[in-house]
Design a protein around this ligand. Sequence first.
Ligand code: PGA
Length: 251
Amino acid sequence: MPHPCLIAANWKMHGLRASLTVAQTLASQSHAHPARVVIFPPATLLPLMAENLKGSALKLGGQDCSPEDSGAYTGDISAAMLKDAGADLVILGHSERRHGHKETCELVAQKVRAALRAGLEPIICIGETLAQRQAEQTTEVLLRQLTDSLPPELAGKAFHVAYEPRWAIGTGLLPSDAQISEAISLIHQQLQHRFPGTQSQILYGGSVKGENAGHLLSLPGIGGLLVGGASLTAEGFLPIIAAAGPRAPLA
Ligand code: PGA
């Protein structure tokens, strides 16, 4: 049985209580589609959204978590707090954390371990910058990020990897089909090598819109999409959910 597509809405630092209606619209209109839909709202909205979406198929996730379980870490949010607030998944190593907050692969791996301890399903993001692609370092960068951000503790656990070229995030630029396929197949090979038989989905993220979602999902090995800007409104996100169907895994 192919796994359902994972369609993830990364709201980043957007959303006040008024945005709860967006989640309600998504919950009422997305059930006809086979995709597994997850919203990653700001942490402040998680408990409210969890309450509002009770009984719906929509899942919730956090956008980041602390590598620590608890303690004197002002401003940080632990994986257990996210879980307690209604999250089932967590995005880790997003390029806005890696670059904006100088997160290293080693820190991302510690966060992954913390997420697993709390029973969260991590989506680990990797991706090259434009300068790295132009210098033909993409393969090397992706391999390093995969090796160093994915700890061995992931064996036998539910987790996913999102390929998000930094230069495609929020820019309207899309990699070519060949560039995406090359990255997806590299990730697939590495995952099968390190975690044989893993059921992990490989997501693509970066300038996904209703108009390109169907095509992106038709590329071999893509098991879902991580969507930023276009996930902030029901009008933007519903066509992306509608474009998804069960995907056949790579042989
Ligand atoms: P975008 O963001 O869809 O706005 O390009 C994607 C992401 O950052 O996950």
